[in-house]
Design a protein around this ligand. Structure first.
Ligand SMILES: Nc1ncnc2c1ncn2[C@@H]1O[C@H](COP(=O)(O)OP(=O)(O)OP(=O)(O)O)[C@@H](O)[C@H]1O
Ligand SMILES: [Mg+2]
Length: 470
């Protein structure tokens, strides 16, 4: 393909985007010709890819920008922010890395589906953004700015290198007790700060804890969950309003009366996930997950981490107590209980070595109506659950752990549940092993029982008896 401006898709888009000048393209062309002649291909046409490659080498474009321009996309800005990279597809919209056109500050820009929200949700979002602007804590992702570009609403925050805790655990497996304690302690300090300012997070989960390459943590999306919940009427909301893997029982029962201690339950579930590599209630659909948060107790962490200290398990259990009054009461106390376990020399995680996303990065949105936000979020949540449940099959029965604290709590909860339903008069139904926890022989036997017609089986039995002369 010819790379002459006006004829080449890449050159035309690069010029139209305002990211590249004519001079820069001419310089790249000279370099490209020189390279081709050195390779004995002087007569060859300049390709868009070669020119893009040279402009990336010159640091005039980022790889992401070059790829977008090769596709002919020219709008790589959101308000005064120049988009330099795609970070991730979140539950509400995409997150981009960007740089302020004039100030040069690197930041993260999160696209919000605000155009679909009710006026009430917008007002609450603006209120929350103003609140966030007042927060200044090393353990919380700082909010810098919010704006609108055409119909696209966005929130600008501090850029945190590294990756979120969910991806970290998925890629590297469960963290050690020391690493987990270090990260969750810092998240607890961030939450303690937000709680002191009168803010409840309401969506604490591994995806909302960002971990730097040094292994330090910052809680993101403080103040966004309320906005998220206001989107329940949004047709996409049923799919995208987060995962229910970390939701507190009181958020399920009385969502409008949530207190800061709800964040502690969610942080407890997050700690469980961080050391076990599995969510507390894997598998099942949303209603069954909610029911299990209300009534059941997760597997003892020793099922997944045989050498986990019992005192550490007690902290998880105390954070995840279903009764808010019995739970650890403040985020500060959580941080204090985790402190002895957090080894400051043990937390380096070098998350920077891990790539962010294996899939093709999308462009910054032009028309919010054409966005397909949400399905990825749901898929991600489901993947988390199904991965966790299939993993669960690798471990033995938990019956030998019945006497341990978490399972004792399960009984307590089941009893209190049956008491709270006096009309039912039945014992709590025992938990049946799901398919992925059955032994292979049971699966074969079941399959045979279903697949082989009963007459054949009876025939075979009679045949066997006759052959033995019975
Ligand atoms: N400030 C930031 N700096 C760096 N990466 C970020 C930042 N904010 C978000 N991310 C990355 O983008 C991902 C998506 O974030 P986003 O908050 O949109 O989605 P989510 O946390 O998965 O779901 P939800 O929308 O329910 O919070 C995060 O998991 C994180 O990896
Ligand atoms: Mg988030």
């Amino acid at each position: 393909m010819s790379a002459i401006p006006g004829e080449s898709v890449f050159c035309s888009a690069a010029l139209a985007s305002g990211l590249v000048t004519n001079e820069a393209i001419e310089y790249a062309e000279r370099v490209a010709r020189h390279r081709l002649s050195q390779a004995g291909q002087s007569g060859a046409e300049l390709s868009d890819r070669l020119l893009a490659e040279i402009l990336v080498e010159q640091e005039i474009l980022t790889q992401y920008q070059a790829e977008q321009l090769m596709e002919g996309r020219t709008k790589l800005t959101l308000g005064p922010y120049i988009v330099t990279d795609f970070i991730a597809q979140g539950g509400m919209g995409q997150v981009y890395k960007a740089v302020h056109r004039f100030m040069g500050r690197v930041c993260a820009v999160k696209v919000l589906p605000l155009e679909r929200a009710t006026q009430l949700a917008r007002d609450s979002f603006i209120r929350e953004t103003r609140m966030q602007a007042k927060l200044d804590c090393p353990y919380l992702v700082r909010a810098f700015d919010a704006g609108v570009d055409g119909k696209v609403h966005y929130l600008v925050t501090e850029y945190v290198p590294g990756m979120d805790l969910r991806r970290l655990v998925k890629l590297r497996g469960p963290l050690s007790v020391q690493q987990a304690a270090h990260i969750i302690r810092q998240a607890a300090l961030g939450l303690a700060y937000a709680h002191d300012k009168g803010l409840i997070h309401r969506d604490v989960k591994p995806g909302n804890i960002l971990v730097t390459p040094q292994g330090d943590a910052k809680v993101s999306d403080v103040g966004l969950a309320g906005f998220n919940q206001d989107l329940l009427n949004d047709p996409r909301a049923g799919k995208i309003v987060g995962t229910t893997d970390y939701i507190s029982p009181e958020q399920i029962r009385t969502p409008l009366e949530v207190k800061p201690v709800a964040d502690i339950y969610s942080l407890g579930c997050t700690l469980y996930y961080t050391v076990c590599g599995k969510v507390p209630f894997p598998g099942g659909d949303t209603p069954s997950k909610l029911k299990r948060h209300l009534e059941e107790t997760p597997w003892h962490p020793r099922r997944f981490v045989p050498d986990i200290p019992e005192d550490f398990v007690d902290i998880i259990a105390d954070m995840m107590d279903k009764t808010p009054e019995k739970r650890i009461g403040t985020a500060k106390e959580v941080a204090a209980r985790l402190e002895p376990w957090a080894d400051v020399h043990h937390h380096e995680l070098s998350t920077a070595k891990l790539s962010r996303s294996p899939c093709m990065a999308p462009p910054p949105p032009l028309d919010p109506d054409s966005e397909s936000a949400g399905s990825v979020g749901e898929e991600a949540a489901n993947q988390e659950s199904s991965a966790a449940s299939s993993h669960a099959a690798n471990f033995g029965s938990a019956s030998n752990l019945e006497n341990l604290k978490l399972n004792a709590a399960r009984e307590r909860d089941q009893n209190s549940h049956s008491l709270s339903n006096p009309g039912s008069g039945v014992k709590p139904v025992p938990v049946v092993a799901p398919m992925d926890q059955m032994s292979p022989w049971m699966v074969v036997a079941l399959t045979l029982a279903i697949a082989v017609p009963p007459t054949l089986v009876i025939g075979a039995i009679f045949g066997y008896l006759f052959s033995r002369g019975v």
